[in-house]
Design a protein around this ligand. Structure first.
Ligand code: NAD
Ligand code: IPM
Ligand code: MN
Length: 359
């Protein structure tokens, strides 16, 4: 059966980086059927909604979805439920991609591009497993209200249920088992929360432990618990002490941006968002639409190319093609391919050229 990859380039640098990922896809998986759709601000401009039913249906029917980025200052005055970011949240929810895998891998050629000393990050290979369709992002009620005395009050509700915590914990343990890095200081799974102040955080800690005791212990994967603020600190103090970090939606978002700087640049970090087996995965760079450099050919397309790599690996079962892409990116970096975020002056297209030359 033909596999289809739905491209949702989105806004800002999204289309620029997806264009390079498409060149790579056409080279390593020429039989893959590529389709295109709208999401984000461009969808709002053309259709009045950041995620149309048509795009969601197309996504559900595809083998995998490759998304660029959404958002930008142009839409800052649009109502929240019509903002580009709402399109992103709705497609994640609509596909039930609850497991967001955000690997932070420091390619050896980039060890000096990190904000941290080479010895702290060289060889770094950690995986953040972020719960993606629950928590404070989706909890109700949320809103902004004006009280009788004119005071404005904004509120969000951080909430988790046992099934939500159990399913993401199972994913984290499966991944940690496949990696086998148990000898690191916090090797195996390190679950983070704020159980010291948040009830949803306390439930998170208790239920991760409970499902571990009841179901996962025999896998032999160690489990650690850490407060999320301490994790933020240890990530820059001793990042190689971690293997798999299991986090809720909000902490996972913040910690993965932090982890990106260990690898050299946010322009390098891909992600995979997975649902249950057999359902399409959603693949996107961790970075946003970068309005400050959009349209200038300055964007680093490697996060998008590595997101394609993850799609080949996790949804399309094309492990050899995925390995080839990783090798090509690594070699391109060794030969000096660098956009501005990595301290070089390559254009987005030249970065694509550099990868294609190695395929
Ligand atoms: P951002 O990630 O877009 O940019 C942060 C900084 O990193 C900027 O200086 C930018 O130039 C740089 N940067 C990001 N990606 C880069 C790349 N590939 N190459 C080189 N430099 C890169 O974050 P932001 O500025 O906080 O957000 C901009 C918009 O993007 C907002 O509307 C935000 O909501 C949205 N956003 C979308 C996504 C997504 O679509 N997945 C993720 C994050 C932010
Ligand atoms: C990300 C982004 C999104 C998030 C925004 C744009 C909704 O920051 O993918 O990391 O917070 O999940
Ligand atoms: Mn983010």
């Amino acid at each position: 059966m033909t596999q289809t990859l739905l491209l949702l380039p989105g806004d800002g640098i999204g289309p620029e980086v997806i264009e390079q990922a498409v060149r790579v896809a056409e080279k390593v998986a020429p039989d893959l059927a590529l389709e295109e759709g709208l999401i984000g601000g461009i969808s709002y401009d053309q259709l009045g909604t950041p995620l149309s039913d048509e795009t969601l249906e197309k996504a559900k029917a595809s083998s995998a979805v490759l998304l660029g980025a959404v958002g930008g200052p142009k839409w800052s005055d649009v109502a929240r439920d019509k903002r580009p970011e709402a399109g992103l949240l709705n497609i994640r929810k609509g596909l039930d991609t609850y497991a967001n895998l955000r690997p932070a891998l420091c390619f050896s050629a980039l060890a000096d591009a990190s904000a941290l000393k080479r010895e702290l990050v060289e060889g770094l290979d950690i995986m953040i497993v972020r719960e993606l369709v629950g928590g404070v992002y989706f909890g109700q009620p949320k809103g902004i209200e004006t009280l009788p005395d004119g005071t404005r009050r904004g509120f969000d509700n951080a909430e988790y249920t046992t099934p939500e915590i159990h399913r993401i914990t199972r994913v984290a343990f499966d991944i940690a088992k496949g990696r086998g890095n148990y000898d690191r200081k916090w090797g195996g799974v390190c679950s983070v929360e704020k159980s010291n102040v948040m009830d949803s955080g306390l439930l998170w800690k208790e239920e991760v432990q409970a499902i571990y005791d009841a179901e996962l212990k025999d896998m032999g994967v160690p489990l650690h618990h850490m407060l999320a603020d301490a994790c933020a600190m240890q990530l820059v103090r001793e990042p190689k002490g971690f293997d798999v970090i299991l986090a809720d939606n909000l902490f996972g978002d913040i910690l993965s941006d932090e982890a990106s700087m260990l690898t050299g640049s946010i322009g390098m970090l891909p992600s995979a968002s997975l649902s249950d087996a057999g359902k399409p995965g959603l693949y996107e760079p961790v970075h946003g639409s970068a309005p400050d450099i959009a349209g200038q050919g300055k964007a680093n397309p490697f996060a998008a190319i590595l997101s394609l790599e993850m799609a080949l690996r996790w949804s399309l079962g094309r492990i050899e093609a995925a390995d080839e892409v990783t090798r090509a990116v690594s070699t391109a970096l060794e030969k000096g391919a660098r956009t501005g975020d990595l301290g070089g002056d390559f254009t987005t297209a030249q970065m694509g050229d550099a990868v294609l030359a190695e395929l």
